[in-house]
Design a protein around this ligand. Structure first.
Ligand code: 5GP
Ligand code: ZN
Length: 114
């Protein structure tokens, strides 16, 4: 999608601190980190919200989770632990409408989230 911020990060039109990229996913640091470690995992394919997932996306979502845990290990938060979150629509707190998995670590997370 031409006017999507995360599509632009995927194709290099907007720069980001990229941790990992392959044919299916991009992993990059969040520009406004909410924890000592905070990165995002996005699919190369534009999917607007979790509500728009199709059954064909099953493997892609799995690849996002594998990319998340690999990057968490690379950044040294696998053993201490981390939080993964995918916000959906307004009540979920979604502000960028291209699905993204937040991965946060390096501090104690609270529950329930705010
Ligand atoms: P949401 O609120 O949709 O769940 O999360 C969007 C996330 O994208 C936020 O944590 C925000 O800081 C991050 N973000 C927004 N714009 C940019 C950007 O241009 N670059 C990067 N690296 N992160 C961004
Ligand atoms: Zn997009």
């Amino acid at each position: 999608m031409s006017d999507c911020l995360f599509c632009k990060i995927n194709n290099g039109d907007i720069s980001a601190d990229i941790l990992y990229q392959d044919d299916d996913v991009t992993v990059f640091k969040d520009v406004s980190p909410q924890a000592p470690v905070h990165f995002l995992v996005i699919p190369k394919k534009h999917i607007t919200t979790l509500n728009d997932l199709e059954s064909d996306d099953e493997a892609l979502i799995g690849k996002m989770m594998i990319a998340a845990k690999n990057a968490a290990a690379d950044l040294g938060i696998a053993e201490s632990g981390f939080r993964t979150t995918m916000n959906c629509n307004s009540d979920g707190g979604q502000s960028v409408y291209h699905i993204h998995l937040h991965v946060l670590g390096g501090r104690q997370m609270n529950w329930p989230p705010g």
